[in-house]
Structures are given as C-alpha cells and as structure tokens.
Ligand binder design. Structure first.
Ligand code: HEM
Length: 136
C-alpha cells in the first residue's frame, strides 16, 4: 500500500526520483546535462520548494518557471516530444511512489503546467519563425 504525498520528505523523494529518471532519459538527459549544464545542488532545492508550494501550499518558492524555459528554448528548441516525455516520466514517478488525493493532484497539475508551458513556447517559436525541432 503506497502513501500519499504528505510532507517535505515526500516531495524530496518525488523530485530526486524524477530527475534521476530525467537525466537517464535519451531525449531529456542531454538537455539537462549538455545544453543547460544544470548545477544540481542549486536546481534541486529550487524544485523541492516549487513542488512544496504547488502541492502542500508551503511558502518559499520565488521564481519564474516560464522565463527559465524560454531561456532554455533559446538554447535548444523545445518540442512536443520533450514535453510528452517530461509528462510521462513525471506521472510514472508519482504513480510508482505514491497514491492518494495529493498524488492525483500532482499528476494533474504537472500535466496542466507542462501543457501551458509548451503552448506558450510553441506560440513563441511559431511567431518568431523558429522551425520547431530544427536543432535535432
Ligand atoms: C521539456 C520539458 C522540460 C525541460 C527540458 C526542463 C528543463 C529545465 C531546466 C534546464 C531548468 C533550469 C535549471 C537551471 O536553473 O539550471 C528548469 C527549471 C525549472 N523547471 Fe523545467 N523543464 C521542463 C519542464 C518543466 C515543467 C513541465 C515544469 C513544471 C511543471 C518545470 C518546472 C521547472 C521549475 C520550477 C524550474 C526552476 C525555475 C526557477 O529557477 O525558478 N519544468 N527546467
């Protein structure tokens, strides 16, 4: 019987497991490691506080996720395949580790934020004449 996402430690397990999968993924791994060259010591605590604020209503996250991904999209054109993979990995991670009301919320919110993010990025790429997928 799995438990629900209830506290900061659960968020940490979720985030750590998700990024472990993401960096090992053929499509997303190179984006995090080679393109963005993510400093994990810096990024993971930001992601703990982001997901705590979304799922547990804990104050603390200050940032602008949209800006971060627009900047990333300047380095590599982000595609629907990237976002679909991100969503699949996130949903899979939550399903593997947790079950309950907040776990369901986590999946729904991740999908809706990802869809909105991709919608905005795609609009930008189209209006800027960027040919989606041209980088790969
Ligand atoms: C194709 C999908 C995605 C990729 C490749 C991606 C990659 C990245 C990268 C490289 C960063 C910057 C890390 C750094 O600071 O060095 C970042 C930041 C972040 N990402 Fe994503 N991301 C994706 C989708 C998402 C989605 C769907 C969400 C939310 C549901 C999300 C939430 C965040 C947040 C909160 C930050 C931190 C922004 C800040 O600095 O405040 N990402 N992401």
């Amino acid at each position: 019987m799995k438990k629900d996402i209830e506290n900061a430690n659960d968020i940490k397990i979720l985030v750590d497991t998700f990024y472990q999968k993401a960096v090992e993924n053929d499509l997303l791994g190179p984006i995090f490691n080679d393109i963005a060259k993510v400093n994990w010591q810096h990024h993971l605590p930001i992601m703990y506080s982001f997901w705590s604020s979304v799922l547990l209503a804990t104050p603390g996250y200050v940032g602008n996720p949209m800006d971060a991904h627009f900047r990333l999209n300047q380095k590599i054109t982000l595609t629907d395949a990237d976002f679909n993979t991100w969503k699949d990995l996130f949903v899979q991670t939550v399903t593997d580790l947790f079950e309950g009301e907040i776990a369901n919320e986590a999946k729904k919110k991740a999908i809706s934020i990802a869809d909105l993010m991709f919608y905005k990025i795609q609009n930008y790429n189209q209006s800027a004449g960027v040919n989606i997928g041209k980088v790969r």
